[in-house]
Ligand binder design. Structure first.
Ligand SMILES: C[S@@+](CC[C@H](N)C(=O)[O-])C[C@H]1O[C@@H](n2cnc3c(N)ncnc32)[C@H](O)[C@@H]1O
Length: 269
């Protein structure tokens, strides 16, 4: 399993596979890029010296910048909301969710992610957070959370976080750099924030190959009897390995039995 606690619980997190993914990373690289950063599990496991991470979800990127630049403030903001929840009850959750949907305050997002049903961050088509309160859980205690927030803050000091499309985030990448790509599943449009065009993505990979930039790409896979493997053109990569993630992250959501999931990892080196 993962061996580390997430700071941001994010849909499609690669936490259970992060150490396996990182075992395929080249020993040496210059700058690290993670343009679909989400909850950042791979960057945690890799621990790069310097890098650029991006995501198109603006409040998520805002949250990464708060964790990096002001961990103490991040803890205090969580503690304030958490204490109100314990004292005033679940209406506080609804109030904070309404506020988040108006203001996109990253501190609200962090609180919601820690108190919503199954910790599942979910947005509707208008970009509104639409998961509900998890009635049987109080949310992580601020004292415990503080350690996690400071640990991650320390880890990401050499990284910058930008709210950009993946092509822009990686625009400065050069030969010798490493890019980890974890695009939203092409077959679950809407479950994640944003969607990307498959053909454009393939063109993007071609460009990386032309420039000699190394990439590791997580892409779909096999979940129980369902095969979601995407047909990636063979000339785009050198190796295709399967990474076992133990069970499906959709398990709780879909209320299904535990399924063995094997995710694809493509490497162009
Ligand atoms: C599968 S998740 C990444 C999960 C991450 N690896 C983790 O371990 O938590 C995909 C991410 O891509 C982001 N995304 C979707 N479309 C994007 C785009 N065009 N450019 C950049 N990020 C995008 C989503 O907001 C989401 O956070």
């Amino acid at each position: 399993m993962s061996g580390f606690a997430p700071v941001i619980k994010w849909s499609g997190s690669k936490r259970s596979q992060a150490n396996q993914i990182v075992s395929f990373a080249p020993n040496k690289f210059n700058c690290y890029y993670e343009p679909f950063v989400g909850g950042g599990s791979v960057l945690y496991a890799l621990n790069p010296r310097k890098g650029i991470c991006g995501d198109i979800c603006e409040p998520l990127v805002g949250l990464w910048n708060q964790i990096k630049d002001s961990p103490e403030k991040t803890v205090i903001a969580y503690e304030l909301r958490w204490t109100r929840l314990q004292e005033e009850g679940y209406q506080v959750f609804n109030e904070i969710r309404d506020n988040f949907n108006l203001t996109h305050d990253p501190a609200d997002l962090l609180f919601l992610s820690r108190t919503c049903v199954n910790g599942l961050i979910r947005f509707n088509s208008k970009g509104e957070f639409n998961n509900t309160f998890h009635h049987t859980r109080p949310g992580i205690h601020p004292e415990r959370f503080k350690k996690i927030i400071f640990d991650w803050s320390h880890k990401v000091q050499g990284l910058s976080f930008v709210c950009k499309d993946y092509r822009e985030t990686t625009g400065t990448a050069r030969k010798g750099d490493l890019i980890y790509l974890d695009p939203p599943y092409f077959h679950t449009k809407g479950r994640y924030y944003g969607k990307i065009d498959y053909d454009e993505f393939v063109n993007f990979l071609e460009e990386l190959n032309k420039k000699g930039i190394k990439f590791m790409l997580s892409l779909d896979g096999v979940r129980g009897d369902d095969d979601f493997t995407m047909p990636l053109p063979k000339e785009l990569y050198k190796r295709h390995v399967f990474i076992s993630s133990g069970n499906s992250s959709f398990k709780k959501v879909m209320n299904k039995e535990s399924l063995v999931v094997n995710e694809s990892l493509y490497l162009n080196y």
